[in-house]
Design a protein around this ligand. Structure first.
Ligand code: TRP
Length: 327
């Protein structure tokens, strides 16, 4: 029996932090390692062109992202790992989907509206972003899509596209479902009301941070004026965020972690937390260094992945062309 198909894309957005890792990559690697799925993971480089960027920095950003993803455990022997732009069928299928997607549907997309109000140019690519995403998924007949909470609306559009396509041209697609990471969001160490992000550098732990930097950032993480350690994101967001990070990196379930530190003070807990993070990131950092030292190999991995993806992509595109009436 063939395996269930998982598809997910990661936008190259500069250096990865533990929020990206825990929110998505860790789970993507676990799904891959379970051996139960046929995983397609790609770098959504076409998507990344829809917001302001510096062309002279793009290539570096994409390559760094590839290195980070491999270091975080995506294995090109187990998953099909490639660049979106290397498989032209992504754009081809997006075009077909454009013809069955209504403008009104896209106008409702929250991410689009937020980006525009945040000052992005309302270019057609940005508007059409969710249609390309639908093509990304359906090209491989994806059934499960690991994604962040903010992508659920786009996934809903993918499902609408499936229904419209199947009804009009014949059933060839299934409606994919999202898989949310156990941790949809890690908050900033600096401000537990904001998502961890490179725009708040002091509260952001990068996968590449040295032990000294990790200790410093965790020591200066905000807490609260209570003294005990509890897990309650509503009432005690700062300390809960730290417990969550502790639990994820140590593998100790949250209630056990709370129990373990029930008579510890914040300073002691933070010391332990820093060491747990340092220890968990060390193998990733070592692997990263090795991979980064051989860029040719990374390029080869990506092109091999694209060839594998291409075989499936072509089959789907042929099927689609046949259904919609193209030669
Ligand atoms: N839009 C996704 C994000 O911002 C990235 C992405 C592009 C994606 N294509 C996809 C995710 C297909 C899942 C499936 O994170």
């Amino acid at each position: 029996m063939s395996k269930l198909v998982i598809v997910s894309g990661l936008k190259p957005t500069g250096e990865l932090h533990i929020g990206n890792y825990l929110g998505m990559l860790k789970q993507a690697a676990e799904l891959q390692n379970s051996g139960k799925y046929d995983c397609f993971y790609f770098i959504a480089d076409y998507h990344s062109l829809t917001v302001k960027y510096k062309p002279e920095e793009k290539k570096r950003e994409i390559l760094n992202m590839a290195v980070d993803i491999l270091a975080a455990g995506i294995d090109s022997e187990k998953s099909t790992f490639f660049l979106q732009s290397a498989v032209p069928e992504h754009a081809n299928l997006a075009w077909i989907f454009n013809t069955i997607t209504s403008v009104g549907e896209l106008e409702r997309m929250v991410e689009y509206k937020e980006k525009i109000s945040g000052g992005e140019t309302p270019n057609v690519g940005l508007f059409d972003y969710p249609v390309l995403m639908a093509a990304d998924i359906l090209l491989y007949k994806g059934e499960f899509v690991p994604a962040g909470e903010d992508q659920l609306q786009h996934l809903e559009l993918t499902r609408t596209i499936v229904r419209t396509f199947n009804k009009r041209f014949g059933k060839i697609f299934k409606e994919p479902r999202g898989i949310l990471a156990k941790i949809p969001r890690v908050m900033s160490l600096d401000d537990p009301t904001k998502k961890m992000s490179k725009t708040l550098p002091k509260g952001c732990l990068y996968l590449s941070d040295s032990p000294q930097i990790i200790r410093r950032k965790i020591q200066s993480a905000v807490t609260d004026s209570y003294k005990n350690i509890v897990y309650d994101f509503e009432k005690r967001p700062a300390i809960s965020n730290l417990i969550l990070i502790y639990s994820e990196f140590s593998g100790i379930p949250i209630p056990d972690a709370v129990e373990k530190f029930k008579s510890a003070n914040y300073a002691d807990f933070k010391k332990d937390l820093a060491e747990v993070v340092i220890k968990a990131l060390k193998p990733i950092q070592e692997k990263r260094e090795k991979i980064a030292a051989d860029e040719d190999k990374v390029l080869k991995i990506l092109s091999k992945g694209a060839k594998k993806a291409e075989v499936v992509a072509r089959q789907t595109m042929d099927q689609v062309k046949e259904k919609v009436g193209l030669l």
